[in-house]
Ligand binder design. Structure first.
Ligand code: T5A
Length: 239
């Protein structure tokens, strides 16, 4: 295992969280382009579940609903198994090399989906998180917040476009859950943000993609000062 987020020789770890269709993937692409142009550091974009070949294989099974019959604890363990591989093969090496890692979902999604919305004991999930994530905590977590009906409508519109383009689509294991599940998710993410205001920032994801992008840039500049026009080594960050 490598050094903790924020320690000497480390890059920066930024996670994006929120409900279905909130716009995380869209905003990661936009922030990555901005940081590539302005930060002087390599920028890696990745996602969970997934982000490494073994974790992507687990993702396929999870989103197809293959683990659902085994219950939320088994699902949580599979998300953790994927996360362990992702951390070991991609996230920790990139951070150790001084890179910026932008990750579409991370451990907060397990807390929200399997915990608050799925009914697992939060203390159990905290223990799992300590073992799996250890000290590799995000430097900043952007929680994209919007009404779940809006997010699900966006996800459905994207699926229709994918189907029109000939790609396999349709709601995945979690998108297919009832609206009440998605309302619990939204409350769970807002509770995480309220409990950890130093790490988390809530962004209004109901706005236009351009407005959300501008809000995210402002938060990143405020929370991670010096990231822009920063070069690895400029502040003693020898990898
Ligand atoms: N999960 C994950 C767990 O249960 N536990 C865990 O521990 C983890 C890590 C992952 C699923 O796994 C669950 C959560 C998820 O259900 P996924 O396919 O990666 O599955 O699902 P999401 O992360 O929810 O990704 P989505 O692609 O559905 O949503 P995004 O990334 O938030 O949204 P995005 O950017 O793709 O945008 C959706 C559509 O809306 C448009 C986009 O163009 C796109 O068409 N859009 C906007 N439209 C208007 N205004 C805006 N501001 C817009 N922003 C985007």
């Amino acid at each position: 295992m490598t050094a903790r987020a924020g320690g000497a020789g480390r890059g920066r770890f930024i996670t994006f969280e929120g409900g279905e269709g909130a716009g995380k993937s869209t905003q990661i692409r936009r922030l990555a382009a901005h940081l590539r142009a302005r930060s002087g550091r390599p920028v890696v974009t990745t996602r969970e579940p997934g982000g490494s070949p073994r974790a992507e294989a687990i993702r396929e099974a999870l989103l197809a609903g293959l683990a659902k019959p085994h219950g939320p604890f088994a699902e949580a363990l599979l998300f953790c198994a994927a996360r362990i591989d992702h951390l070991d093969t991609l996230i920790r090496p990139a951070l150790a090399a001084g890179e910026i890692v932008l990750c579409d979902r991370f451990a907060d999604s397990t807390r929200a989906y399997q915990g608050a919305a799925g009914g697992l004991d939060p203390a159990l999930l905290t223990s799992l998180e300590e073992v799996v994530v250890g000290q590799t905590r995000p430097d900043l977590t952007l929680i994209l917040d919007c009404d779940p009906e809006l997010g699900l409508a966006r996800a459905r519109a994207r699926q229709s476009a994918d189907e029109t383009a000939g790609a396999a689509a349709g709601p995945d294991r979690f998108e297919a859950e009832a609206l009440a599940f998605h309302a619990r998710l939204r409350a769970a993410f807002l509770a995480i943000a309220a409990a950890e205001p130093g790490r988390c920032a809530v962004v209004n994801a109901a706005l236009s993609a351009d407005a959300v992008e501008a809000a995210i840039r402002t938060v990143v500049a405020e929370r991670l000062p010096g990231l822009f026009a920063e070069t690895p080594g400029a502040h003693g960050d020898a990898a």
